[in-house]
Design a protein around this ligand. Structure first.
Ligand code: GDP
Length: 300
């Protein structure tokens, strides 16, 4: 299938096999005309939509307006442009943060729209929820076999290692790299107690491609690992990997965000039981090595 990847230079897009990758330099997806005209020229049969304005807890609190506006436009334009260009299949990325804050665990797809998202990322979450609504509406009106996927916390090479608005894994890797070099303290945000499920970018890329080719269902698919791990345990793994000997400080003036968000991955496990997920330690090692080797050019 001729597959176009949006966000082709990003964390997950860069790990995909298709060579038809859109990057932000090439097309401004918030611009409807530009997006539609490009999609009509390319005429993709399939689209994997990874592009978005994303960040961690810092980015989500500092750029609320931008995260809402840009993501709403990007999703709306990409899904509509795919339809107009005749794409038969589309897989769009949501995130486990789309779920309501007050929810029954594990997160299951029937709960997506049942209440307010967590206050730490509601603009992003609401914008992403609308992609789910748009896909459902397009399926019902136009009969399009479009779907969405919901990954837990993704990490890996080509992430954004920004010290202000990155996600926890790339930010901690970058901070530790600097603390090690400058012999300074390693500052972790929050209490270290929140729990997260991490999944390696290459696994997510493979599962998204698999979904595009094989998934006939309509419900969003949740991609996550079975294990939840605390931020403190992630810190311990990173400290060991870097052989860091300095002080680790938990800055509790910074937010913890949602305490936990375990998700129900039973559907993808049932559909694709043979897939082997990358162990966390292996993925973390590869990510650290990538960051060190690409320090000059990495997004940060
Ligand atoms: P979330 O999973 O959507 O909340 O987003 P993040 O990837 O930003 O993870 C946030 C969790 O990691 C929160 O519990 C933070 O308190 C904790 N954390 C610890 N240190 C850092 C850090 O340096 N950056 C970020 N983004 N989060 C951190």
């Amino acid at each position: 299938m001729k597959t176009l990847i949006t966000g082709g230079g990003g964390l997950v897009g860069s790990a995909m096999k298709s060579e038809l990758k859109l990057t932000r330099e090439f097309c401004d997806l918030t611009d409807r005309k530009q997006t539609e005209s490009l999609f009509k020229t390319i005429k993709p049969e399939g689209v994997i939509h990874c592009a978005g304005k994303v960040g961690g807890i810092g980015g989500n609190s500092n750029y609320k307006g931008e995260y809402f506006y840009d993501n709403l436009l990007i999703n709306t334009n990409v899904i509509e442009a795919s339809r107009k260009a005749g794409a038969k299949r589309l897989v769009a990325f949501l995130s486990t943060c789309v779920f309501p804050d007050k929810v029954t665990y594990p997160l299951t797809i029937d709960q997506i729209h049942l209440g307010e998202p967590h206050e730490s990322n509601y603009p992003y979450a609401y914008a992403k929820r609308m992609a789910d609504v748009q896909i459902r509406a397009y399926r019902e009106q136009y009969g399009l076999n479009y779907t969405s996927i919901i990954p837990s916390n993704i990490y890996g090479p080509n992430d954004n290692f920004s010290l202000e608005h990155g996600h926890v894994m790339p930010m901690l890797i970058h901070k530790l790299y600097l603390a090690n070099q400058n012999k300074t303290d390693f500052i972790v945000w929050g209490s270290g107690k929140p729990l997260r499920e991490f999944i390696y970018s290459k696994d997510v890329a493979h599962l998204a491609e698999w979904t595009l080719e094989n998934y006939k269902g309509t419900d969003p698919l949740i991609f996550s690992e079975d294990e939840e791990i605390s931020i403190k345990d992630i810190v311990d793994i990173l400290v060991k990997e870097f052989s860091f000997k300095g002080r680790v400080i938990f800055d509790e003036s910074k937010p913890d965000g949602q305490f936990k968000k375990p998700s129900d991955n039973s559907k993808i496990k049932e559909l694709y039981p043979q897939f082997e997920y990358t162990p966390l330690e292996v993925g973390i090692k590869e990510t650290i090595n990538w960051f060190i080797e690409n320090y000059e050019t990495a997004r940060k």
